[in-house]
Design a protein around this ligand. Structure first.
Ligand code: ZN
Length: 449
């Protein structure tokens, strides 16, 4: 099946930043077969999408999330990370498969409706009686139709051993490694165009032992999967690492053999200039989560320095308990504003923000050859933003309209060539029903804690 999208502005986000004021994108069997200026070559066997008034960009890539947190939004609203976590851990201990499924469907629907075509999820809470919570997120992604990079996360350092989480939410090291093996054999698809790929993701320096960090790294490299964790999010974490390990978070990462091109890190707020160079030199990626960092008052990541250093840099919404909005298009805007608060008006451009949100995220997930730009041979993950409406059409540059303006309506969202959003309507599941399920799940969880 072939789809011809034409009459729209096109931002390819290829290596030279090619853009067309009016152009076309042709898609066959889930793959982009033509991109260029003007109308597409005439053909009669295709579905035509008249995209006049739209901007075509690569689908956005979300590089950090905790979908289950949709069931615990707006809790501990005035606290920083450590107090917020200590308040929420006991509540999260009550999650189970249906609650996580409802949270994930709502969270992924929100992502799709804000232009996201690929999302990761960092799931690290596995209550003993919780059922198949990781499977619930994977089913939800299939229901919504997003490309999905779930991580099998873990925590094995509880309060009694000097960590932050309570005993009820940690697992022994051997159980974690066995679960990662199982997740990879059940779901990981290394083939081109894969809709599901698994990564391993011990949670953070203050909830995971040094042994689990090391063992996870060697296991992931044996299995050929990527590694993800939280790092350098807050001053508290920096102090914890200096006190507990006698080193900074990035030095600790190096010590446990986590510096490499197969690793991406959430946050990277408190990085020194030397840290930035170290991460980029290793090819280690950073998932920048500006709204979450603002909500928790964690700080502003050194985005301009990270971009200049050239390592992979993507955007993340982070879990909805620390970023209740949960939309990804908003993060383009937030990234631009956060960078300018730190660096002044030259901190980031609208095109930089779009690059981070697309090909930058693809690099974090090791998929830059398949997604993240509109180029012939890449998977057809495409967002069509309507920029001819009352709140955008006065802005001459459509990328400025997307990033500086409010998130524009989404005329189409294609994942692997399939239109899962049409004119702001999700085609794959009933959003009202998903919202009702989420409300029920959130109340049930609140009652059980
Ligand atoms: Zn997080």
């Amino acid at each position: 099946m072939t789809t011809v999208i034409e009459g729209c502005a096109v931002a390819t986000v290829d290596a030279s930043g090619t853009e067309y004021q009016s152009g076309h994108v042709v898609v066959s069997d889930g793959v982009i077969t033509a991109v260029g200026p003007g109308p597409a070559p005439a053909r009669t066997d295709a579905v035509h999408v008249d995209a006049a008034g739209c901007l075509a960009t690569p689908g956005l890539v979300n590089t950090h999330h905790h979908l289950y947190q949709w069931a615990t939004r707006a809790v501990s609203v005035d606290d920083g990370l450590f107090t917020w976590l200590k308040t929420l851990y006991p509540i999260w201990a009550g999650i189970n498969e249906p609650i996580v499924g409802a949270a994930a469907r709502a969270g992924l629907a929100r992502l799709a409706l804000t232009g996201c075509t690929t999302s990761t999820d960092h799931h690290y809470v596995f209550p003993r009686e919780g059922g198949d919570v990781l499977g619930a997120t994977i089913s939800a992604a299939a229901d919504v139709g997003l490309r999905f990079h779930p991580t099998r996360g873990s925590m094995d350092l509880s309060v009694k051993d000097g960590g932050l989480p309570p005993d009820s939410v940690v697992q022994p090291l051997d159980a974690v490694l066995a679960a990662v093996d199982e997740a990879v054999s059940r779901w990981h698809d290394p083939s081109p165009g894969a809709m599901v790929r698994i990564a391993a993701a011990p949670c953070s320096p203050f909830s995971v032992t040094r042994d689990l960090m090391r063992e996870s790294a060697s296991q992931a490299r044996e299995l050929g999967i990527r590694l993800h964790t939280h790092l350098a999010e807050t001053h508290d974490e920096d102090e914890y690492c200096r006190e507990k390990f006698g080193m900074t978070p990035v030095e600790y990462l190096s010590d446990v053999d986590w510096l490499g091109p197969d690793v991406w890190l959430a946050h990277g707020v408190h990085l020194s200039d030397a840290d930035v160079v170290t991460l980029a030199g290793a090819g280690t990626g950073v998932a920048h989560c500006p709204s979450s960092n603002a909500r928790l008052g964690s700080g502003i990541a050194p985005v301009a320095a990270l971009l200049e250093a050239g390592g992979p840099l993507g955007l993340g919404v982070d879990g909805a308990a620390s970023q209740e909005n949960g939309g990804l298009s908003e993060e383009l805007h937030q990234a631009l504003f956060a960078a300018r608060l730190r660096y002044g008006p030259s901190g980031l451009t609208a095109r930089d923000a779009l690059r981070i949100g697309t090909i930058g995220g693809a690099r974090c997930l090791g998929r830059q050859d398949e997604i993240g730009s509109l180029e012939v041979g890449k998977r057809a993950d495409i967002a069509l933003w309507r920029v001819d409406g009352p709140f955008h059409s006065d802005i001459v540059d459509p990328i400025d309209a997307l990033v500086y303006g409010s998130p524009p309506p989404l005329a189409r969202l294609f994942v692997e060539g399939r239109a899962i959003v049409i004119e702001d309507e999700l085609q794959t599941l009933d959003v009202e029903a998903a919202g009702a399920d989420l409300r029920h799940a959130a109340r049930q969880l609140a009652r059980s804690s």
